[in-house]
Design a protein around this ligand. Structure first.
Ligand SMILES: [Zn+2]
Length: 102
């Protein structure tokens, strides 16, 4: 299975790989990876502490440092975060998608 995936990845361009990551449910783990995803025009999926008031600081960091926009959660998919908030490292309660801000 892993071998097949390796072959697949070799044949895909970065854009397709990014969508594979979305489909395979792998969140991005670092600010650097968020930046990389955004700079190539992709959505970055991250663990995020909160989408209410207590997460505003993190949303601001995303905007100011990463030039991204918190686009929110996938409405039809109740995704459970698997780690800590990528920005503040507190336990995450949401999985959100970050898009490039214009
Ligand atoms: Zn946070």
């Amino acid at each position: 299975m892993i071998y097949i995936l390796e072959i697949l990845f070799e044949r895909l361009n970065a854009y397709q790989v990014m969508w594979l990551f979305v489909f395979f449910d792998l969140p991005v783990g670092t600010k650097k990876e968020i930046k990389e995803a955004l700079s190539s025009g992709k959505l970055a999926k991250i663990n995020f502490c909160s989408t209410d008031k207590s997460g505003i600081k993190c949303a601001e960091i995303v905007e100011k440092e990463l030039y991204g926009d918190v686009r929110g959660t996938l409405a039809n998919k109740n995704e459970k975060p698997t780690g800590n908030c990528v920005i503040c490292n507190k336990p995450a309660t949401k999985v959100v998608y970050i898009g490039r801000s214009y």
